[in-house]
Design a protein around this ligand. Structure first.
Ligand SMILES: [Cu+2]
Length: 142
């Protein structure tokens, strides 16, 4: 079942408020926001550089007239989503969020120190990954 636009807006508002509250509660460095645009079934930019140990809020802007999703993770995560039937992501898992046509949504992800040097982000709606709707988060200091 597709969520209604107001439901998506509510999720975004909750996600934003939650992110701010978490940043203040932790007292750590401010969460950096990276804007990624979904345009013509591609991510812009396709390469994002992030620091190990940093928390990044990805703000996804879908400018297309069709739904997309943003799934951040390693190869196993990408394979599971490409083969699986999960088609809706509304903040249950960090780094995974559905973005309805013409809407925006956000997801926050912490890149662990000592973790993988890169992670992929991709859209697994039917045909999108094969079309090239994928990008890379390079995890490196400096
Ligand atoms: Cu897509």
């Amino acid at each position: 079942m597709r969520p209604r636009p107001w439901q998506i807006a509510a999720v975004v508002v909750v996600a934003l408020a939650g992110g701010l509250a978490a940043a203040h509660a932790a007292g750590g460095p401010a969460t950096r926001t990276v804007v990624v645009t979904m345009h013509h079934s591609r991510f812009q930019p396709e390469v994002v550089r992030v620091a190990p140990g940093s928390t990044v809020r990805f703000l996804l802007r879908n400018t297309d007239p069709i739904d997309h999703e943003f799934i951040l993770g390693d190869e196993d995560v990408q394979r599971r989503h490409e083969q699986g039937r999960e088609r809706e992501h509304h903040g249950e898992v960090p780094g995974e969020v559905s973005v309805a046509a013409g809407q925006q949504a956000a997801t926050t992800y912490t890149f662990p120190r000592g973790g993988p040097a890169s992670l992929q982000f991709a859209c697994h709606l039917p045909g999108h990954y094969a079309y090239g709707m994928r990008g890379v988060a390079l995890v490196s200091a400096g």
